[in-house]
Design a protein around this ligand. Structure first.
Ligand code: ZN
Length: 203
């Protein structure tokens, strides 16, 4: 029996994530909680830090700076590229997310910010970069992780391996450096549905 949130605990949370303008951009309700393995950085590390020691039934408001959340907005992460470099069959739309691989094969995601006759403006910042994050968190359950869960670095159970939740909170892709623009290989573009990455709960 794990009494409080600490490393090696699987925690079930109901939460709401708002921006400073009050807009709710993500949430999980009590009947479909977020489960995460504490200490494995399944969720934003700065949020994880604020939950240590909480008990079942506790509620907490956590406010994170942009730097502690998805990073500051970086103008250097915005690139204007010639449309000719994009695949001809790509159906460009504002706001769509493109997966782009560099020459080393590292995938990164970019938002289509602007489209002109000649150029496309790609924004490699995380969609939530530059935003203060306001979490309302309620602890629904705490249990000890199984050995397998610890080995995998995430909880099993209600949510299977198909669960996308962890990707929503995974910011490691956005710490990469895109300074050498010329390495970006547009031949390998893959377009993805925006729904996969906009923190919505449409499924
Ligand atoms: Zn697993």
């Amino acid at each position: 029996m794990v009494e409080e949130i600490k490393d090696g605990a699987v925690v079930s949370l109901a939460y709401t994530l708002k921006l400073s303008n009050g807009e709710v951009i993500d949430y999980s309700e009590a009947d479909d909680p977020l489960e995460y393995l504490h200490g494995a950085e399944n969720i934003i590390p700065a949020l994880e830090q604020q939950l240590i020691g909480l008990h079942i039934g506790d509620a907490k408001q956590v406010e994170l700076s942009a730097a502690d959340g998805y990073g500051e907005y970086d103008n250097d992460e915005v690139e204007v590229v010639d449309r000719k470099l994009l695949p001809k069959d790509l159906n460009l739309k504002l706001g769509m997310v493109l997966a782009i691989s560099d020459q080393e094969g590292n995938l990164s995601e970019a938002y289509v910010r602007e489209i002109s006759a000649q150029n496309v403006t790609l924004d490699f910042n995380h969609p939530l970069a530059g935003q203060r994050l306001f979490f309302d968190v309620q602890v629904l359950d705490i249990r000890e992780a199984t050995e397998e869960e610890v080995a995998h670095g995430h909880p099993h159970g209600v949510h299977s391996h198909e669960d996308d939740m962890f990707e929503d909170f995974d910011d490691e892709d956005f710490e990469e450096d895109f300074e050498d623009d010329d390495d970006v290989d547009f031949e390998d573009f893959d377009d993805e549905e925006l729904e996969d990455d906009n923190h919505s709960h449409q499924n």
